[in-house]
Write a new protein. Sequence first.
Length: 280
Amino acid sequence: HIAEPEPRDIHAIIERFPIASKGGMAVIITLTDITQLKRIQKMRADFVANASHEIRTPLTSIAGLIELLQGPAKDDKEAHPKFLGMMAEQSERMKNLITDLLSLSKIEMNAHTVPTGAVDILRVVKQEKVHFEWAAKQKNVTINIEAADNLPKIRGEENEVKQVLHNLIGNAIKYGNADSEVLVTCRVTSDLPRDPNFVKIKRAMQVTVRDEGEGIPKEHLPRLTERFYRVDSARARKVGGTGLGLAIVKHILQRHRAVMRIESVVGEGSSFHVYLPLNE
Ligand code: ADP
């Protein structure tokens, strides 16, 4: 039964039924809807193409700089530190990209195992605040935390939950304005977003990372967690983005049966709300 008229890929096998019926012939027709399979195949191919492109770009620029240093700029001692600096920057970009690709594939491999640890979310938030303090200071950004006392622990893989906060707080600083605030709030809530994951859940830990940045135009919001999707690619690259941060967040949250909602007002800032289910 096909509910909506939309393009589909159907694989059909038509075989002659060995026992012919009287006065005619019988056939068996097997139809298999392979739309989903095709989509996954295409996604995989696109992903490999995108990833290769992303890796090749910095590599090309490093190779170009090496050529310059070996040839035309060989004796231009003043240019050397500049070129070396650019090479360091590009290799850093490649390193980040490969780190992100590896963590993405690791998370995907574990996607179907339910995390079993108990995580003190506030402790993780505080650790990430310390981690980013220096980067925030460079832009005169203040990281503040608001949380109730005695928050319950959440079920999860500590490293992965940490990675979620790392990516969200990192983005808030990267895309936040200078001289602004990044606010992280943690609270227990029963005001849950509508989501199939949450039909049997009554309460969740809501962690919100709010920045005062330029915000994200509405039309980009649904695609933000796609691999290599960027709102402004030139800018995202400049601030050192791999385009994989939110894809990693999405996969970790899926494994944790958690849900993310993004709110953003252009010119004011963005809030990333994460809801981690709490078992009663
Ligand atoms: P990147 O490594 O490029 O930051 P992400 O997957 O973390 O990749 O984010 C995808 C894109 O979403 C970014 O390139 C950026 O355009 C946008 N984005 C993410 N977080 C924010 C934010 N807090 N404010 C504005 N834009 C954001």
